[in-house]
Design a protein around this ligand. Sequence first.
Ligand code: NAD
Length: 253
Amino acid sequence: MRKLQNKTVFITGGLSGIGRACAIAAATEGANIAIAYRKSGVSDKAMKEIKKKIPKAVFIECDVSVFAKAQKAIETVVAKFGTLDVALNNAGILGESNKIGDMTEEEWHKVIDINLNGVFNCMKPELAQMEKQKKGVIVNMSSIFGKVGFIGSSHYVAAKHGVIGLTKSAALEYAVEGIRINAICPGFIETPMLAKAGISNHEDAKKHIIGLHPMKRFGRPEEVASAFIFLACNDSSFISGTALEIDGGFLAE
Ligand SMILES: NC(=O)c1ccc[n+]([C@@H]2O[C@H](COP(=O)([O-])OP(=O)(O)OC[C@H]3O[C@@H](n4cnc5c(N)ncnc54)[C@H](O)[C@@H]3O)[C@@H](O)[C@H]2O)c1
């Protein structure tokens, strides 16, 4: 028996990087997959590739920073599959790197709107559906920067700390409803996000960042996906309110 056989799994930002790896892993475990994607963030090539890997996946255009769109996306999933068993609130951006004094209000709000408000916008309708079902699992994508600070990324760090707070409070509020809610805290994972930030494709930056991880390498999206599958399925049936680190030892130092 596969770990997510016939379960409905909703993933935001599932066309690239970590979200994509989680979608493929969940499909391999037997799940029905619904992917929410932002139109401006998708290439035809990425869409074609994922359709080839998960032929039965459903794709829903949704900017998670807009509550009405997140609500509509969940309605679409339930209309299509009848249930929402697992939600991975993964969509996120890094934002421009700047000290607080040089950060514009616009840049601050952009990152908070997607990385923190976007998680709330999805959780609210997800929880409403899971409450009706009296079961469900939510996994929120935080980061090592949900636990420690990082120079030049106060917006990202604040949002990812917020995601952990939101996860813990929701876990308490919905524990008796049979809904488990956890967060994942990856270290630096080799995805398009790191390339866009000039980290994985510039030798000096790459060497510096890899050096921050005791395992002396970036993580792979598939390694985060393994943790997602664990939290999504019954293997973690007594785990709720945790923020699991997948970081090659980064936070142990
Ligand atoms: N790569 C890392 O090192 C790392 C480490 C820790 C946490 N994370 C987190 O993991 C998540 C996935 O990141 P990734 O590394 O796979 O990067 P990525 O850029 O490959 O994926 C992010 C996805 O989110 C989507 N997205 C962005 N804004 C959106 C919006 N408003 N609505 C809907 N979708 C939107 C993008 O289109 C993209 O598909 C993010 O939340 C990120 O903060 C990444």
